[in-house]
Design a protein around this ligand. Structure first.
Ligand code: GDP
Ligand code: IMO
Ligand code: MG
Length: 424
């Protein structure tokens, strides 16, 4: 079986980009299967930091083909900016980056609708990235969307104008008073479409079938995290796609039986950006320390990320839903220096202690029950081998492995590609 998955197990930003980059040497193909430019995946090597939004994180490796699958939504304008940033690196994008004809396009009016919808919600806003993700997936499931493959037909602009006209009416309906100049947005959009059309479009499901018969290996790169999944996340404070394992099958056209390893990636603590419940969120100096040391600002929007202790109730739920076979713990270095480290091992829910992830985790229903573990003071960032890890960190890892019943195979100790420790 040739397809492995790498999935974020929390509310996103677990470090997926870094680890996909680290693992790419073992794969022929790296593929994104859902989400869009709401994602910000950070890679660091040779003293340079790269942030990718739509392009898979294997793009810097000569050995790998990168595919944007059918489940992804593409904003041509953001995509063009991403390509421009990659231009100095001579990556042979035309042959190394393939785009599914069935991927949907984010139109400028989708972005406006996202903003109008958020404004209309007031305090109840999702805190979306304002990239038009929700409205684009709504048009996909509403069977109104425009796909990459449509760009190869002459009538696509008619489809565009009819959909954009409808969107303008919807924006008026929201009465949100957002200012925009559609002509300006459309000029930018049509210009970016020209760039997109220079890339290689494929029937990606056929491509994946073919490369599997040739014995090639595929790593599917998740975006967002399991707790932002449209079905299993903290609805309605979620994104609009299936971020969990099954999303890779529908987002690439790969059969469930072909999936082999499911790598689950999590931070040694928890972060969340945007609105929604977060039981272990800290509003004290511990949370501030995590945010400062971990440099917790969104890679896409620059918003500060909310920080808190690791939530094992939520993590177990994500491990279960995805069928995780190996774990990767990120940002372990950020926890260095705390005297004690807390881990949430249960919730108090309506006066009872529970260990499963309930329907509603709003603060009025749920409060975390913590187990306290010893902290460590050592600087981990220069460590390269598992034998160097401090005793208390090993204890933390073993505690998590015992609870989750899945081995932690990678411990990340810094943002750089090299700051990655393998465990047997
Ligand atoms: P993604 O969306 O899952 O790819 O994650 P992001 O790139 O949005 O956020 C992860 C952030 O943590 C980035 O700034 C990474 O450079 C950084 N990072 C990744 N792994 C580590 C680590 O082990 N330690 C530290 N200190 N930073 C890390
Ligand atoms: P990566 O791939 C963290 C959050 C937003 C908001 C909610 C819905 O970098 O881990 P959307 O724009 O998708 O409609 O926003 O989801 N969100 C993310 N949070 N990392 C991401 O992606 C995210 N993508 C969306 O902040 O709460
Ligand atoms: Mg991110």
């Amino acid at each position: 079986m040739a397809v492995d998955l790498l999935l974020g197990l929390q509310w996103g930003d677990e470090g997926k980009g870094k680890i996909v980059d680290v693992l790419t040497k073992n794969y022929d193909i790296i593929a994104r299967f859902q989400g869009g430019p709401n994602a910000g995946h950070t890679l660091e090597f040779d003293g340079i930091k790269h942030v990718l939004h739509t392009i898979p994180s294997g793009i810097f490796h000569k050995n790998a083909i990168n595919v944007v699958g059918n489940g992804v939504v593409i904003d041509p304008v953001i995509f063009k900016k991403e390509l421009d940033k990659l231009a100095p690196f001579n990556l042979d994008i035309k042959s190394k980056l393939l785009i599914s004809r069935k991927a949907h396009l984010i139109l400028p009016t989708h972005r406006l609708l996202d903003a109008a919808s958020e404004a209309a919600k007031g305090k109840a806003k999702i805190g979306s990235t304002l990239k038009g993700i929700g409205p684009t997936y709504m048009d996909k499931t509403g069977r109104n969307g425009i796909r990459v493959g449509d760009l190869e037909f002459t009538n696509w602009k008619e489809k565009y104008h009819s959909l954009a006209t409808k969107h303008v009416k919807m924006i008026d309906f929201f009465d949100s008073k957002i200012d925009y100049d559609l002509n300006e947005l459309e000029t930018e959009f049509f210009d970016a479409i020209k760039t997109l059309k220079q890339l290689t479009f494929i029937d990606s499901e056929e491509y994946f079938h073919q490369v599997q018969t040739e014995g090639k290996t595929i790593l599917a790169e998740g975006a967002q995290g399991s707790l932002l999944d449209i079905d299993f996340g903290t609805y309605p404070y979620v994104t609009s796609s299936n971020t969990t394992a099954a999303g890779a099958c529908t987002g690439l056209g790969v059969a469930p039986g072909k999936i082999n390893q499911v790598y689950g990636i999590f931070k040694a603590y928890t972060t969340r950006v945007g609105s929604g419940p977060f039981p272990t969120e800290l509003f004290n100096s511990y949370g501030e320390t995590m945010a400062r040391v971990g440099n917790e600002f969104g890679a896409t929007t620059g918003r500060p990320r909310r920080c808190g202790w690791l939530d094992l109730v939520a993590l177990k739920y994500a491990v279960q839903i995805n069928g995780v076979t190996q774990l990767m713990m990120m940002k372990s270095d950020v926890l260095s220096g705390f005297d004690k480290i807390k881990v949430c091992t249960a919730y108090t829910f309506k006066g009872k202690t529970i260990t499963h992830f309930p329907y509603n985790i709003d603060p009025e229903n749920v409060s975390p029950v913590y187990t306290e573990l010893p902290g460590w003071k050592d600087d981990l960032t220069q460590m390269t081998d598992a034998s160097q890890l401090p005793v208390a960190l090993n204890h933390y890892i073993q505690f998590l492995e015992n609870e989750l019943k899945v081995p932690i195979k990678i411990v990340s100790v810094g943002p750089d590609r090299k700051q990655t420790i393998l465990r047997n």
